[in-house]
Design a protein around this ligand. Structure first.
Ligand SMILES: Cc1cc2nc3c(=O)[nH]c(=O)nc-3n(C[C@H](O)[C@H](O)[C@H](O)COP(=O)(O)O)c2cc1C
Length: 277
């Protein structure tokens, strides 16, 4: 195999190996995709000031994030369905993050469950919470993350309604894949992916499947999930979360300075300035 030397190589490899519906899920945005494109362009606009003749023999980017030692100021963001990009993807990503000394954030919408990731890692990871209409379920997720020794809860505030993702609709995205002729053709073209998927038992939304009564098959799971993102989520909901979580709290999706001030007032330990594409 050609050596991987940059992110573009990884992207090309993923495109070759991952079924189109999951590749497109990761590599497209919602509606006009303007946020998706801006997210990348914003980094390209950043320039570093170059100073010379400084002894850089012992350079290091080690620092602390929310009080935790990290080898560089970077954390793996929560990414839904990572376990569909590669079998057991969340476990593998969490192990890689642990190896490199940066935090891993497990999404509510993961394929591997909180317990799975805890079992296969040795350091605490962060858990990202989508507050669901079923507050009892959200509460149980927090309890499970707490029991799994997650050191921080990353509460996403910018996804009360799902943005329309045109490609996902066209590709018939679902977890696990719905065996229509088109989907079967998509999978058949990726035999390595299929083989790896057959070796794992993790092919559902691991944090949800088996944890919500009445939601036990693929159709009911999809319906339940789509109906659960809570449009009433507001600052009082953040207070509610705080009552159930006494470890570090990170508020994610903050993009306005006024919201950042409120986040500080409600006692957030950190904010993530980012948004869903
Ligand atoms: C495929 C994909 C799935 C994502 N899933 C989640 C998720 O489950 N929870 C969440 O809070 N953010 C999710 N995000 C948003 C990311 O965590 C992150 O905030 C966003 O991609 C912006 O960061 P970036 O510019 O580094 O991509 C997702 C993003 C992508 C691209």
């Amino acid at each position: 195999m050609t050596p991987i030397t940059c992110i573009a190589d990884l992207q090309a490899l993923a495109k070759r190996r991952v079924p189109k519906m999951f590749y497109d899920y990761a590599d497209t945005g919602s509606w006009t995709q303007s946020t998706y494109h801006d997210n990348e362009a914003a980094f390209q606009r950043q320039k570093l000031r170059q100073r010379v003749a400084v002894n850089i023999d012992n350079r290091s980017v080690k620092t602390k994030m929310i009080g935790e030692d990290v080898t560089m100021p970077l954390a793996l963001a929560p990414v839904g369905l990572t376990g569909m990009q590669h079998a057991d993807g969340e476990i593998l990503a969490a192990q890689a993050a642990e190896k490199f000394g940066v935090p891993f954030t497990l999404t509510t919408m993961s394929v591997c469950s909180i317990e799975d990731v805890a079992e296969y890692t040795s350091k605490p990871f962060w858990f990202q919470l989508y507050v669901m209409r079923d507050r009892g379920f959200s509460e149980s997720l927090m309890k499970r993350a707490y029991a799994a020794n997650c050191s921080a809860l990353c509460l996403t505030l910018d996804l009360q309604v799902l943005g329309q993702r045109h490609r996902d609709i066209k590709n018939g995205l679902s977890t696990p894949p719905n065996p229509t002729p088109r989907v079967l053709l998509d999978l058949a073209l990726k035999p390595r992916w299929c083989w790896n998927m057959l070796q794992t038992k993790r092919r559902q939304f691991g944090n949800i499947h088996g944890h919500v009564s009445g939601v036990d098959d693929m159709t009911s799971l999809a319906e339940w999930t789509n109906s659960q993102f809570d449009p009433t989520l507001d600052w009082s909901s953040v207070e509610w979360v705080k009552k159930h979580w006494d470890r570090k709290l990170i508020l994610k999706g903050i993009n306005d300075v006024e919201d950042a001030k409120i986040a500080a007032d409600v006692g957030a330990d950190a904010i993530v300035v980012s948004n869903h594409g």
